[in-house]
Design a protein around this ligand. Structure first.
Ligand SMILES: N=c1c2ncn([C@@H]3O[C@H](COP(=O)(O)OP(=O)(O)OP(=O)(O)O)[C@@H](O)[C@H]3O)c2ncn1[C@@H]1O[C@H](COP(=O)(O)O)[C@@H](O)[C@H]1O
Length: 109
């Protein structure tokens, strides 16, 4: 059974870090440094995920994916959002083929 509740708990923890002391929280440090620092980390972690994907090492892919997801969630908190908002969008897309969606986009242009 996959523990999706871990994302909910992490989301709550990260939101609470808005008021935390940066000396005791990496998330609070990032939030205090501002959006450019968060975006820089997302860029770095995404590049590392790309390299892991090229390398094909499954453990590295999982670990780098977790780093990207974590830093993306910090960005969401910075923007006053949460993983819930992303899930709402994913639910909206559910069952809509990417191929069909793209075709509909071209038609409406
Ligand atoms: N999931 C994570 C998580 N994933 C990655 N990281 C941190 O992200 C940082 C960046 O990773 P890097 O490998 O790039 O580290 P680095 O190379 O030393 O960083 P730079 O020198 O490049 O800045 C590291 O310090 C990791 O520990 C995380 N830090 C925290 N969490 C979760 O967030 C919660 C709150 O954390 P704090 O806010 O620190 O209490 C924790 O309980 C965890 O559940």
């Amino acid at each position: 059974m996959i523990d999706y509740e871990v994302l909910q708990r992490l989301s709550e923890t990260l939101t609470s870090r808005r008021n935390a002391d940066p000396s005791s929280s990496y998330t609070a440090q990032l939030l205090a440094k501002g959006p450019d620092s968060i975006l820089k980390k997302i860029g770095e972690e995404t590049a590392e995920l790309i390299m892991a994907g090229k390398e094909g090492n499954r453990l590295h892919i999982v670990r780098e994916s977790a780093d990207v997801l974590f830093h993306m969630m910090v960005l969401l908190v910075h923007a006053g959002l949460s993983i819930d908002d992303v899930m709402v969008e994913m639910r909206r897309r559910e069952g809509i083929s990417g191929i069909e969606e793209k075709k509909a986009r071209t038609v409406s242009k």
